[in-house]
Write a protein that binds this ligand. Sequence first.
Ligand SMILES: Cc1ncc(COP(=O)(O)O)c(C=O)c1O
Length: 431
Amino acid sequence: MYCKAGDNLKENPDQKTAAKAAFNADLVKLDFPVFQANPDLIYFDNASTTQKPASVIETIENYYRKNCANAGRASYLWSSQLEAALEDTRAAVAAFLSVPEKSDQVVFTGGATDSLNTVTMAWALANLQDGDEVLLCPKDHKSAVLPWYHCKELLAAMGKHIKIRHFDIHEVGDYDLKSIKSQVSDKTRVLVMAHVHHVYGLDMEVSEIREIVGTDVIISLDASQSVGHTKVDANALPVDFISFSGHKMFAAPGTGVLYAGDRVKGQLQPLRLGGKSKAVIENDSLKINSNSVCEILESGTQNIPGILSLKPAIEYINKIGLENIEAHVSKLTVDLWQKLMPLPNIEFAPGIGICACDKGWGIISFRFKGISSSDLGFALDEEKIFVRTGDHCVWNKAEAEPDFLRVSMHAYNSPDDVEQFVQVLADIVDS
Ligand SMILES: Cc1ncc(COP(=O)(O)O)c(C=O)c1O
């Protein structure tokens, strides 16, 4: 047990406090074979990808070792069992998103990038009109930004000219609400945003943004950095599309999810057709025989073991307790920020280091005056500490935070990891 928590948390708030106190990251670590193989590893690159618990690895291994087949394509048992297991996984994802009755609106994709591109290719191409406007932040991950420029070009080739307008990041690291207010107009059809930012690590205030843009605007939410850290509740979030990757929430790479909300579910066009598609050709024309979002958008042989890994990943998160992960990671983030602050010549990127909030999402970006963060990254690697450096997947140099190092933490990171990291960092920058 990681904590004395579990199902009773909701009933008894005192127990919730006890659970937080008892959360033990070292016990969590025991569930991740990579830490047994590398006991000295301090893995601080979780915003890039997470390590995998044994249950996820077993699921993937079992597929290859024990019942490797295609799903639902044949009459033998393995095939139908795999199809049932995929649908079971879809139901688990729908429940994880608090929409158990809407599993047909949960689409399996190849990752967040694929999900975000599906929004533009399957929805925007078919629904945007000449003169429509899209609002996005150029400092968001380029997987959220670039698909809209691609879509703009494709629409232009079809004779429809849309405009992409930018809104800014506020100096503390969340979106500048004033700039959203100044950009929104009656031509705005779509707003694209992150739930938690991948460099600044703040909750980007989706409800406030919905209030500003009004109810008519379609919001596409990139939940890549919030999923597995906090509840991503498709009922409560005032958005139309939710995209995320499996590999950032303990599941396999090459697997992701797109959730299409009620307003847009009838507006989607197939993106790729093939095996599995419920499509026929009648009188030389294509006819799609399904209203189900996942049947419209999924086709061909998918990443079966990757998709199957989503279920044990969700079960693992539920076993530890999402609220416990959120509280633990927040505490670690505040702790790390307070320990980093006294280091000489440190400069924080926007985020907790600037806004000084008492809640964190595991992400802190910073640099040291006069020291290259890439060099620092290499020096940390020698000490078996993995952090992110580079352009942080922001689409051009002008928008990227110059040369910041990003630490990103998760459930298995401990206060000792933080302590050791700051000590090693202090020694490196001192030398
Ligand atoms: C905020 C955000 N969006 C999208 C992505 C793209 O995810 P993937 O590479 O899994 O498609 C990432 C990955 O780092 C991300 O951090």
